[in-house]
Design a protein around this ligand. Structure first.
Ligand SMILES: Cc1cc2nc3c(=O)[nH]c(=O)nc-3n(C[C@H](O)[C@H](O)[C@H](O)COP(=O)(O)O)c2cc1C
Length: 209
């Protein structure tokens, strides 16, 4: 039941108390929750930037529809997907699997070839969207972990990825800003915290076949 209670507690925070900071201990727990996210084949084809710098966030705010959370929150988290998937990503994953599970990498070559064959069939646009989708699972874990820690958060798509890519130098690293989140502590003045949740009724949302 705890998860449900935490999910009822959380809300997309519009106004953060800029004097309150997320501790480094809690930040480590949030990172761990993101690290443990499920991903397709386990490839984790993304990188996550944790932005503390106020100056950098001020620059990014103008590329984020001017939303105040960008500068008022404790931290800005940018989930970046790899724009192009290649054999190196697969080989890196196979080496890590072999090491973690104490097996020889050559014993994983069949699985590696299978993944490579699937990825080769994807267009650039397919793989871009595929890796981008994975970041949303990581975002979901961030939201849940924050709620468990009673840390407020706001998932955000209201930003211009091209500008983020330029400001953060992401394109030259083969990365793209897919989705962002701000984390911190709600301001007492944020009236949205008192609004009842708006959700479709279960009987409309679900159908049992
Ligand atoms: C992918 C995604 C993007 C969102 N983008 C923004 C945003 O840019 N700014 C904002 O204030 N809220 C944003 N939201 C918050 C939603 O509006 C909010 O989650 C929704 O209205 C449900 O309300 P609740 O999260 O408070 O329960 C976003 C939510 C998601 C999941």
């Amino acid at each position: 039941m705890n998860l449900i209670k935490n999910l009822e507690w959380r809300y997309a925070t519009k106004k953060f108390d800029s004097s309150k900071k997320v501790s480094s201990e809690n930040l480590e727990l949030i990172k761990k929750a993101i690290q443990l996210s499920a991903s397709s084949y386990g490839l984790q084809l993304y990188k996550i930037l944790i932005i503390e710098s106020k100056a950098l966030r001020q620059k990014l705010k103008s590329a984020s529809w001017g939303q105040d959370q960008i500068t008022e929150a404790s931290h800005l988290i940018v989930f970046c997907n790899y724009t192009d998937v290649n054999d190196k990503h697969i080989e890196g994953f196979l080496n890590m699997t072999a090491k973690s599970q104490g097996i020889e990498v050559k014993n994983l070559s069949g699985y590696g070839d299978f993944m490579k064959s699937k990825i080769k069939k994807m267009t650039r646009s397919d793989s871009f969207h595929w890796t981008s989708r994975q970041t949303y699972l990581a975002l979901g874990n961030l939201l849940s972990e924050c709620a468990e820690l009673k840390i407020d958060s706001c998932p955000m798509e209201g930003f211009e990825p091209e500008k983020y890519n330029e400001i953060l130098g992401l394109s030259k690293q083969g990365l793209n800003a897919a989705v962002i989140a701000t984390i911190g502590y709600r301001s007492d003045e944020d009236h949205t915290q008192n609004r009842p949740k708006v959700r479709k009724p279960l009987n409309e949302l679900f159908e049992v076949l």
